[in-house]
Design a protein around this ligand. Structure first.
Ligand code: ZN
Length: 552
């Protein structure tokens, strides 16, 4: 049920990576706000038909209604506090409003949800505004236990809130009723956009989603979303369940209004044509290779035009995997959407400053967005290659099952390092231009610092530290103490990448939890050289604060 958003290790400085443990000083909010650099996010609309342009305007308008719903989902007092903050015109008042808008609530997402405004619940309500504020977990579970199967599904469903009736008992309210004042006009805007667009699949999705908002049944419109083949690629509705920290049941509203990026889509198609050949050449025992790869899940590369609801809150989403409905993922898989212009903004505002600190001066000019994003594409594709279904002691099982809690760190590290391996393979074959080679490795080195910056407690940081230290021990990365920077040995990096790809994939093929643990424990740490550089990164922003000129 949970989406795989946080699995995109190279893509995002995802929320879970950036929580600091120390008490944060909220007397000077300007310093906290500074962690998010204001950045314009724009896209090329010149390829759109007249009708699609008009449809796009309607969808941008729809984002505001999604904002209104999400604001109410966070906390029952959120809307009143927001109104109050807007009236305070003092400098401190403006800072509070600004930081409230970044977090869409009075709790700082970068600081373990500590409140930055006084007289609000502390800790943040675990059930958000999905449940009555005075409800405890046990009351809900015992109420659910007393219900028949159908009512149970309603009560624990994605798209309902739980309220108290006049007698004080818990009752179920469908989103279509709870948020009717916003969902009715939202459905209207989507229907308007459906009439305007010149694309059939988009029309279908928008009409079906409009109906979902009114009927509270999202199945058909999720299917239509999977089938989208359109220059405008909207994702709009109730999706992720992270904010329901009590049960991970209730979905938060959000919207990503995006345009398909045709150049990157072509690049993706080119790589996809080489996947079987890459699989056939993986540096593992041939018996572990898959002689016939299945159909890969669809990947879309898009540029963001406007966002709404949860998508606005805190660290910006750089990629997502949807839908969460298991009926659909069983039938149709799920779709990965990569937000190219968001990645580029993060690259410019976060990665380049890190490169200026962490990388040998002579290599700094090699760090560039094109190899960065090409590696992201390779990373995504490589998730589909290598061992998945395996045999251990004669029993058929999966890598995921055998690896338990180490699974995602190892799988993400696999996608990273084998993404480099695959691109080198395609460079050597002349499918990918040779000019990218040195850039690829220099950019990857810098990316490691971004991932490890917030610690190795997190699976992503651990997986990245593991790769970095392994390559360092192989002589592929070199530390220079006089400049306190790292550099790449371009001769050694290629065989080292191949060796680590083979090692990780063999551990996966064998289903060896013990070997995975040993590898991560030995290498998945921050060594003193790396720490010395990390200490110099503290003033570099954590993320962007997006501004959407096209949405104005
Ligand atoms: Zn990944």
């Amino acid at each position: 049920m949970k989406s795989l958003r946080c699995l995109f290790i190279v893509l995002c400085v995802s929320c879970s990576l950036v929580k600091s443990s120390a008490q944060t000083d909220f007397t000077n909010l300007a310093a906290q706000i500074k962690r998010f650099v204001p950045t314009k996010i724009s896209a090329n609309t010149s390829g759109l038909s007249q009708g699609d342009r008009k449809a796009l305007a309607k969808l941008i308008e729809a984002c505001k209604l999604v904002d209104s719903i999400y604001l109410r989902q966070v906390w029952s007092g959120n809307i009143y506090l927001f109104k109050e903050l807007k009236m305070d015109k003092s400098t401190r008042g403006r800072d509070r409003l600004h930081y409230f808008k970044i977090n869409i609530g009075p709790w700082s997402k970068l600081d373990n949800d500590e409140p930055f405004i006084e007289n609000v619940p502390n800790p943040k309500p675990a059930g958000a505004n999905y449940y009555p504020a005075d409800m405890v977990k046990a009351e809900f579970t015992s109420a659910v236990d007393r219900l028949g199967p159908q009512e149970k599904t309603q009560m624990t469903g994605f798209f309902t809130t739980i309220r108290r009736n006049v007698g004080g008992q818990l009752t179920v309210v469908p989103y279509s009723q709870e948020y009717a004042e916003f969902l009715r006009p939202l459905a209207g805007l989507l229907k308007d956009a459906a009439r305007l667009t010149t694309n059939k699949t988009l029309r279908q999705f928008l009409n079906k989603r409009a109906e979902s908002f009114l009927s509270n049944d999202y199945y058909e419109s999720d299917v239509a979303w999977m089938d989208l083949n359109s220059p405008i690629e909207p994702t709009i509705g109730p999706y992720e369940v992270y904010m329901d920290e009590l049960f991970n049941n209730k979905a938060a509203f959000e919207a990503f209004i995006t345009l398909r990026n045709d150049a990157e889509t072509k690049k993706l198609a080119k790589f996809s044509g080489s996947l079987q050949e890459i699989e056939d050449n993986l540096p593992i025992d041939p018996k572990y290779r898959n002689p016939k790869l299945g159909a890969a899940s669809p990947i879309r590369v898009v540029d963001e035009v406007a966002i709404g609801g949860e998508a606005r809150a805190g660290v910006q989403t750089a990629a997502f995997n949807l839908p969460n409905d298991e009926r659909i993922t069983r039938e149709k898989g799920n779709k990965r959407v990569l937000l190219r212009n968001v990645q580029e903004a993060k690259f410019n505002k976060v990665l380049i400053p890190i490169a200026n600190v962490a990388l040998d001066k002579n290599l700094q000019s090699l760090v560039s967005f094109d190899p960065f994003f090409t590696h992201i594409l390779a990373h995504e594709l490589m998730h589909g290659l290598g061992p998945h279904t395996i045999t251990v002691d004669g029993r058929q099982t999966t890598v995921r099952e055998e690896m338990n809690e180490l699974g995602s760190a190892l799988e993400e590290a696999k996608a990273d390092i084998s993404g480099l391996f695959a691109l080198q393979f395609l460079i050597d074959k002349g499918v990918v231009e040779k000019t990218i080679e040195r850039k690829l490795y220099a950019t990857y080195l810098v990316g490691a610092f971004r991932s490890v910056r917030f610690g190795t407690k997190d699976a992503h940081g651990k997986g990245m530290a593991m790769q970095f230290n392994y390559l360092t021990d192989e002589g592929a990365f070199k530390y220079d103490s006089s400049s306190n920077t790292f550099s790449v040995d371009f001769d050694k990096v290629k065989p080292s990448v191949k060796k680590l790809t083979g090692e990780i994939m063999t551990i996966q093929a064998e289903g060896s939890y013990a070997k995975a643990k040993a590898l991560l424990e030995k290498y998945g740490v921050v060594r003193p050289e790396m720490q010395k550089i990390l200490d110099n990164l503290t003033t570099i922003p954590v993320d962007i604060e997006p501004q959407f000129p096209l949405a104005k």
